[in-house]
Design a protein around this ligand. Structure first.
Ligand SMILES: C[S@@+](CC[C@H](N)C(=O)[O-])C[C@H]1O[C@@H](n2cnc3c(N)ncnc32)[C@H](O)[C@@H]1O
Length: 290
């Protein structure tokens, strides 16, 4: 039985309410030009009770067993020489869950899982995050000032977001060629910086309407500007940009705004519906209709 519950297909974009692995299986080999997404950070946030929700993993091994099916399909469906990017961060461990206070290198684990399947580690950018905001939000003891008085060996740096990008080997049959006008040198210098200090954390789509019941704790929409930069750099207008974890539509919305075809899958029906609203509003805006 197909697990795709619903779909919404227009001339500009397609979004499926279902499991990204199922959705990808329906895509022809070498057909996707680029993929960008933010995966569920294992069990840090659980979006639904579904077994197919990658946020519902009991352990890191269980998450990666599941995640590798996605990477395998992504590898098949991506065009040679083209890339996928994932927004992620190191994950704080806890004494109760992991037996120690520290960090897990989740971005590195994604890179290694993708390399095992043949992808090439291509690029990585760090997105600065304010440690004070993180301290207020998470109350992590490593960030608390009072910890300095107890034992500052437990104090640590804030955890930045990262976007890691991996490339499918092979010659790119459709080059992404820019001009001095479309991509001036000062813009390249900004994009090529290994640290993006200038990302506004509140530059996201609105999301409150998507909260529907107790089984969801968080939706953490990606900021729009990092997605714009990656799409500019690694795809052509008219290209198909795929997001396996569409959430409330950030990546599809941005792809459409940038003149690409956005395609995505989202498991959770309330987010899927909100994504359609957000993307349609974005489309009207870019056509100057409101
Ligand atoms: C970090 S959020 C993505 C947020 C998105 N970047 C945005 O800005 O709206 C991860 C999403 O993956 C979805 N998800 C988890 N497992 C999935 C699966 N197997 N297939 C499709 N979506 C899935 C969750 O419901 C959640 O909305």
């Amino acid at each position: 039985m197909s697990q795709v519950i619903d779909q919404h297909i227009t001339d500009d974009y397609a979004i499926y309410n279902g499991d990204c692995i199922e959705v990808l299986k329906g895509m022809p080999d070498n057909s996707l030009h680029y993929s960008i997404s933010s995966p569920p950070f294992e069990s840090l946030y659980t979006y639904s009770n579904s077994d197919r929700d990658m946020g519902n993993s009991a352990s890191s091994d269980e998450f990666f067993d599941h995640f590798k099916f996605l990477l395998k399909e992504l590898y098949r469906a991506l065009m040679p020489g083209r890339m996928f990017s994932m927004h992620c961060m190191a994950l704080p461990t806890s004494k109760a869950r992991d037996g120690f206070i520290g960090l897990r290198d989740f971005p590195g684990e994604i890179i290694r899982a993708a390399q095992e399947l043949g992808f090439i580690y291509h690029s990585e950018v760090v997105i600065w995050k304010d440690p004070v905001t993180a301290m207020q939000r998470t109350k992590a003891i490593g960030l608390l000032h009072k910890q300095l008085k107890k034992d500052s060996c437990i104090s640590r740096n804030g955890i930045p977001d990262k976007i890691v990008t991996l490339r499918k080997p092979g010659d790119n049959p459709e080059r992404v060629e820019h001009t001095n006008e479309s991509f001036p040198v000062h813009v390249l210098q900004q994009y090529a910086s290994p640290v993006w200090m200038d990302i506004d954390p509140s530059d996201t789509l609105q999301f409150r309407a998507a909260r529907e019941s107790d089984d969801e704790r968080h939706i953490c929409p990606l900021q729009l500007e990092p997605v714009r930069r990656c799409i500019d750099l690694w795809s052509n207008p008219g290209d198909t940009v795929f997001t396996p974890f569409a959430g409330i539509g950030t990546e599809i919305f941005t792809a459409v705004q940038k003149g690409r075809k956005g395609v995505g899958a989202e498991l959770k029906t309330s987010y899927y519906k909100q994504a359609i609203k957000n993307i349609d509003a974005g489309l009207l805006e870019s056509k100057g209709l409101f």
